[in-house]
Structure formats: structure tokens, C-alpha cells
Design a protein around this ligand. Structure first.
Ligand code: KG4
Ligand code: ZN
Length: 382
């Protein structure tokens, strides 16, 4: 089966072609097995355009999707060496996301599905992020932490397509917090990669406040005292410490807006020169706070719901520290661990294609399905 997919939910215009194994009953029972082949996954990013605005401008994003989408589609088909006649089904991410961006992908997919006479599968953006893990077989039940620029959710999965959201952020998403902290430290857009690059510097510079005599886990033992006096203290020591919001709450919800404010207050207390010098340290401690909360709550959820596998997905899953820490905690807890390869974490159409494949196993899409597909910016995963 050949699935052709589109994704335009935010500022990436993407098209992908996925070859899937025959959908024999035994494969359905087992899940997937081998035979999945990603023939192309073209992602045209608008990062350089939005960088000068310090974030995504919806109207600008939609215009660029419109300008780019046909050439992205052409490239995806050409590099997969696939003709439209060979396509068996189409998939498109129809929400959540920016409505004007979503509409470009959705309306293009509907037009092509009508013109090519193909069934069109409507895919939820968060389910697509989760499905980016399905390129390898998953041992169910599983708990997946989905962390993106707009969402932070914990999802329980009974199998590839039966799932339930068990927790979410009550305010900012984790990616949003990274982006906002980057903005207040003048690190540019997108914030996540910039903040994590600064945090890595702190690790590799081997700078440490004197209180960390033995070094903290993951950091070289060969530490020298931090050159600048610390703001707040840990154990009579000296480093900046940010809160770990809701880490002890009984539910599986998150909150990151207070953490962002804590960073703001810490920065406000410093001279501009000091802030500049301590950017790696601030980023490191902010990232540690986010990673610690996400890890603790995900593992607690996996234990409570009797999961066999802990999964991670979404743009923030590209964060090395989170990948390492969550995997470490999962393995320690006796769980399997799954995370997509880096390029499948941030928005892309391959995740829409594989999500579409699983949805097509659940119920066969109809040829006139395009009539029902609609961009839905608030489509909640339930
Ligand atoms: O899933 P995604 O591509 O788009 C949305 O659906 O929102 O996620 C984008 C988010 C942005 O907030 C970006 O800053 C964050 O993922 N991100 C990262 C990293 N790479 C991307 N956050 C932390 N560390 C990273 N390495
Ligand atoms: Zn996304």
C-alpha cells in the first residue's frame, strides 16, 4: 500500500510517501512487523522567515505554505519515484494547529483526493506525533509523553489506535516555555534548539558552582567553580535553582508558565553583563527543571497505568537531555522505551502517513471521505 501525506499545521510545509506492508489479518493482530518503507519525507521549513519576527506569524505562514506546497508535493513524489496512480490512500493533518496553515494542507489534500480519486484520512496532529514511534513495533500498553510547541500531553495507549489522554499542561506547553525563555535571553527563534545548545555548553564547559563538589549526574567530574556568584543557593551552595512545577501533584497535568516567570525574575535580578555570561547556566537549570518534571510524571503515569513501554514524541522530543533522562528512568523502571529519530520529532508529513496507515487498519477510509475532512484548529485528542 502506498500512502501519500501532507502536513502544514504550523510553519513546516511537508509531504511524504510511505510504503506499507500488506494489511493481512496476521499483521493486523501483531501490529506492524517489518515492511514499512519511508520513500520520501520532504520538509520545507519557514524558520528563516519567522526568525525576524521572533515567532510564527500565522498569516505569513499560510502564505508561504500556499507558495510552497505544490513544489513540496512534486519533490516528495519525484524522490519516492511514485506516480499519483500508484497511491492507495492519502492522509493529512487537520488539527490542532494554526487554522490558516492547516487549511492550506487540508484543502490541497481534498482537491488532490477528489482529482486523483483516492480515500483521504484525516489525522490528528498529536496522534501523528505519537505515531512517529510506530516505525518500530511497540509493546502495549504504553504511555506516551507528547511535547510540542503547542501541547504537552500524557497519553495512554492500549494499542496502535485505541488511546486516552490522561494529563496535559494547564497553561504553557513545554516547547512554548523553551521558546519564551529563549526570547527573554535573546537567543532567537526557534527557542528549543537554542536553549538546549546553551545548556550543552554549560555541561561541556565543565563550569560548576563550588557546591557541586562531586559533580551532578551526566556532568564531567572535572569541575571548576562557577566564575560568577550565584543568585540563589542549594545546600549552602550557590547555583540558580528554578522550581519543578507540579512535580508532586497527584494528577498527570503540567504547568510551565510559572517556570518561565521564575527565569524572568532571575534574569531581572542580574546586571545585563551578568545575564550574558550566565546564559548557559540559566538554560541548563531551566532545561533540568523541565526535564525533571516531564520525566517524573511520565514514569509515575507508566507505573500507575501498568504500561510496558514509555514513549516520547513531539518537537521537544528532539531535546537530547530529555531523551537521555527519560530513557534512563524508563529502563530503570523496567519499561521499554521508544522515541522517534530526530528528524521525525518536529513536524513532518511522514508521521501523518504512518498515523494514516494505522487509522486505515482500524477502519477502511471511503473514496468520498474528502467531503467530511475539515481543518479543525482545536481538535483535542480524547
Ligand atoms: O512538534 P513541533 O515541531 O511543532 C508543534 O507542533 O508545535 O514542536 C516545535 C517545538 C518548539 O517549541 C521548539 O522550540 C521545540 O519543539 N524544540 C525543542 C528542541 N527542538 C525543537 N525544544 C527543546 N529542545 C530541542 N532540541
Ligand atoms: Zn507538532
Amino acid at each position: 500500500m502506498i500512502i501519500f501525506a501532507l502536513e502544514t499545521s504550523c510553519d513546516e510545509t511537508s509531504a511524504a510517501v510511505l510504503k506499507t506492508p500488506d494489511t493481512s489479518p496476521s499483521l493486523r493482530r501483531r501490529g506492524l512487523g517489518g515492511g514499512l518503507e519511508l520513500l520520501s519525507n520532504i520538509v520545507s521549513s519557514q524558520i528563516d522567515i519567522h526568525r525576524k519576527f521572533g515567532g510564527v506569524v500565522p498569516e505569513v505562514a499560510a502564505r508561504h505554505h500556499l507558495e510552497n506546497i505544490l513544489s513540496v508535493i512534486d519533490e516528495a513524489l519525484n524522490s519516492a519515484k511514485i506516480k499519483p496512480t500508484q497511491i492507495n490512500a492519502m492522509a493529512v493533518i487537520s488539527g490542532p494547529g494554526l487554522v490558516t496553515s492547516l487549511m492550506v494542507g487540508v484543502e490541497t489534500a481534498k482537491s488532490l483526493a477528489f482529482a486523483w480519486q483516492k480515500p483521504l484520512i484525516s489525522v490528528n496532529h498529536m496522534y501523528a506525533h505519537i505515531a512517529a514511534n510506530f516505525f518500530t513495533e511497540i509493546v502495549f500498553p504504553a504511555v506516551c509523553l507528547v511535547v510540542s510547541g503547542g501541547h504537552t500531553e500524557l497519553v495512554y495507549l492500549k494499542n496502535y489506535f485505541e488511546y486516552k489522554k490522561i494529563g496535559q499542561t494547564v497553561d504553557d506547553a513545554a516547547g512554548e516555555a523553551f521558546d519564551k525563555v529563549a526570547k527573554l535571553l535573546n537567543l532567537g527563534y526557534p527557542g528549543g534548539p537554542a536553549v538546549s545548545a546553551e545548556a550543552e555548553k554549560f555541561l561541556t564547559l565543565k563550569i560548576s558552582p563550588p557546591c557541586f563538589k562531586e559533580g551532578i549526574k551526566g556532568r564531567s567530574k572535572n569541575l571548576r567553580p562557577h566564575p560568577n556568584p550565584p543568585l540563589e543557593t542549594r545546600g549552602g551552595g550557590c547555583s540558580i535553582i528554578f522550581p519543578r512545577p507540579m512535580i508532586k501533584s497527584d494528577d498527570f497535568n503540567f504547568s510551565f508558565s510559572g517556570l518561565k516567570t521564575a527565569v524572568l525574575y532571575a534574569v531581572k535580578k542580574m546586571e545585563a553583563k551578568e545575564v550574558k555570561k550566565r546564559v548557559p547556566e540559566i538554560c541548563f537549570e531551566f532545561q533540568e527543571a523541565v526535564v525533571e518534571v516531564l520525566t517524573a510524571k511520565t514514569i509515575r503515569a507508566a507505573k500507575k497505568f501498568g504500561a510496558k513501554t514509555v514513549m516520547l514524541s513531539g518537537g521537544v522530543a528532539a531535546n537530547r537531555r530529555l531523551r537521555e533522562k527519560l530513557e534512563e528512568a524508563a529502563r530503570r523502571g523496567g519499561f521499554e522505551f521508544s522515541v522517534p529519530e530526530f528528524k521525525l520529532c518536529t513536524d513532518n508529513a511522514a508521521m501523518a502517513a504512518i498515523a494514516g496507515y494505522y487509522l486505515s487498519l482500524k477502519s477502511k477510509p471511503r473514496l468520498d471521505e474528502w467531503k467530511r475532512v475539515k481543518a479543525d484548529p482545536n481538535w483535542e485528542l480524547t
